[in-house]
Design a protein around this ligand. Sequence first.
Ligand code: ZN
Length: 241
Amino acid sequence: MPQVSIRDQIKKLLELQKLDKEIFDYKKELQEKPALLNEIKEKFEAKKAALKELEDKAKAIQLDRKAKELDLKAKEDEIIKGNAQLSQLKTNKEYTAKLSEIETLKASKSIFEEKILASYDESDTINAKIEKEKVFIAEQEKAYLVQKKDIEESLKLLEDRVKVLAGQRNQLSPEVDKEILVRYEKILEKRSGVAIVPVQNEVCGGCYMNVTTHSVNQIKMHDKLIICEMCARILYLEDDL
Ligand SMILES: [Zn+2]
């Protein structure tokens, strides 16, 4: 074993652990927050896409109505033309045939008129929906921008805090024996930012599994680092430092 006091090293590791746990948690937040912001943004974008769909539909209804109005106009012209032709017809048969033709045109015209009226109703309904959606989206956008600002500000704070903690860590880490530090850092990486944990009532403070009496006695001897057999974290006793 290195020429160092294990008891002192454990104390240094505990100081380091305090910093590292905080750094780990903040880094996790730094990863999660942008994802959260993205999630909010995606929801908002989906609302905008739905509005765009409604607007396209409204436009299609309007175009379709314009076409129907042109058709209606053509029917009306045909009826006028038919009526004008009536007086020039010579036989009764021709006259009756033309009249029947005009009647068919009139029936067809009235169907077009109904369809056009229905199309106006449809436009009114969809336009009301669009207006409602626009108001809703404007509110959502405002809320989104507030959240975005909040998250960006807290990210900045977290980054600053991590920098400060990293500085403190850099000052402290040379005080830990190099071999022990490497070991500690490996565990830290594998065990979610917690590498050293207390044993309480023969239970590991990291994985909450039982620690043997033999291990507890070994910890008390302070001649080497004792690790949990289950989670591989470094163990210590709070009242034995
Ligand atoms: Zn454990």
